[in-house]
Design a protein around this ligand. Structure first.
Ligand code: IPM
Ligand code: MG
Length: 347
């Protein structure tokens, strides 16, 4: 099976190198790797954040491990040339519509959470974020109003087929967990959300074993901090999911710990840490590679059919934390490489 490795910008290459060392240490046969340029790195080398040769690797691959994109040097480029277009383009081109972002407290890190320990320790939730629609992909631009003012606009929309497929994805995820699904929207204000809510409610008829609730996104943001233990699976749109998943990561301790999977309808997936490229600390060995290493574990489980290898990685990460491995985001001083070493030592 072919695994694409797209390291990207900022801390991307450092964290990817550690994930690669972990994958190599597992000694799995039948896996081959191909590297590709994405983001600012690709723009600088090839003139485009998602060059055709990278897209070609992605299409041929069975799974993609992705680092991070984003580069201050590129912030002034036209939007379609900015680094972020690499990840947005891959999600869209490969129809990776279902983004699974699990957030669970590692008992070893309970003290790293921004929340009180007894609140944080109850967190075991999964955010299912829609990735192919919403305000991210609607018509957008800057125009001039009748009275000569510059006006920015981004159209938010979801059609019922898009909502239906992510709803099915979320209900299925809930079925193999605690069978509770909370759909998050802003139906008190947005028509897009009203349709979202109606369609999710229709789909619920196919899943009588799952308990469905609905929550407005502002309340959900509050409840995530007040009582996150109430959530099992959360399903939400692209924009709300982006925001809530960053929030959930700090509830469990650090954004440097959260892995994610972005899946198409057939189980092909892209796997990435939910954090960004952190250009401010790039090249300094300060980045926590665990979210990327845990993303590699998700990849082995969901796309490569190697659940036992995924278990080994996850157990090794837990053991490494137990033995005190801490990067700066976790309140320690270990370098990216030392964090990788700590996981390898257990493996
Ligand atoms: C994420 C990131 C991306 C997003 C950016 C890099 C475009 O924040 O994966 O959460 O907004 O989806
Ligand atoms: Mg984000």
């Amino acid at each position: 099976m072919l695994v694409a490795l797209f390291a990207g910008d900022g801390i991307g290459p450092e964290i990817m190198a550690e994930a690669r060392r972990v994958l190599d240490a597992l000694g799995l046969d039948g896996l081959t790797y191909e590297e590709g340029l994405v983001g600012g790195a690709a723009y600088k080398a090839k003139g485009h954040p998602l060059p055709p040769e990278t897209l070609d690797i992605a299409r041929r691959a069975d799974a993609i491990l992705f680092g991070a994109v984003g580069d201050y040097d590129c912030d002034a480029l036209e939007r379609h040339l900015r680094p972020e277009q690499a990840i947005l383009g891959l999600r869209k081109e490969l129809t990776l519509f279902s983004n699974l972002r699990p957030a669970k407290v590692f008992p070893q890190l309970a003290d790293a959470s921004a929340l009180k320990q007894e609140v944080a320790s109850a967190i075991d939730l999964l955010i299912v974020r829609e990735l192919n629609g919403d305000v991210y992909f609607g018509e957008k631009g800057i125009r001039t109003t009748a009275d000569g003012l510059r006006e920015g606009y981004d159209i938010m929309s979801y059609n019922e087929a898009e909502v239906r497929r992510i709803a099915h994805s979320a209900f299925r995820a809930a079925q193999v967990r605690r069978k509770k699904l909370c759909s998050v929207d802003k139906a008190n204000v947005l028509e897009t959300s009203q349709l979202w809510r109606d369609v999710v409610t229709e789909v619920a008829a196919d899943y009588p074993d799952v308990e469905l609730s609905h929550m407005y996104v502002d309340n959900a943001a509050m409840q995530l901090v007040r009582n996150p233990g109430q959530f099992d699976v959360i399903v939400t749109g692209n924009l709300f999911g982006d925001i809530l998943s960053d929030q959930a990561s700090m509830c469990v301790g650090s954004i440097g710990m959260l892995a994610s999977a972005s899946l198409d309808a057939n189980g092909k997936g892209l796997y990435e840490p939910i954090h960004g490229s952190a250009p401010d600390i790039a090249g300094q060995g300060k980045a926590n590679p665990l979210a990327t290493i845990l993303s590699a574990a998700m990849m082995l489980r969901y796309s490569l059919g190697r659940p036992e290898a995924a278990d080994r990685i996850e157990a090794a990460v837990a053991k490494a934390l137990e033995s005190g491995a801490r990067s700066p985001d976790l309140g320690g001083a270990m370098t990216t490489r030392e964090m990788g070493d700590a996981v390898l030592a257990v493996l």
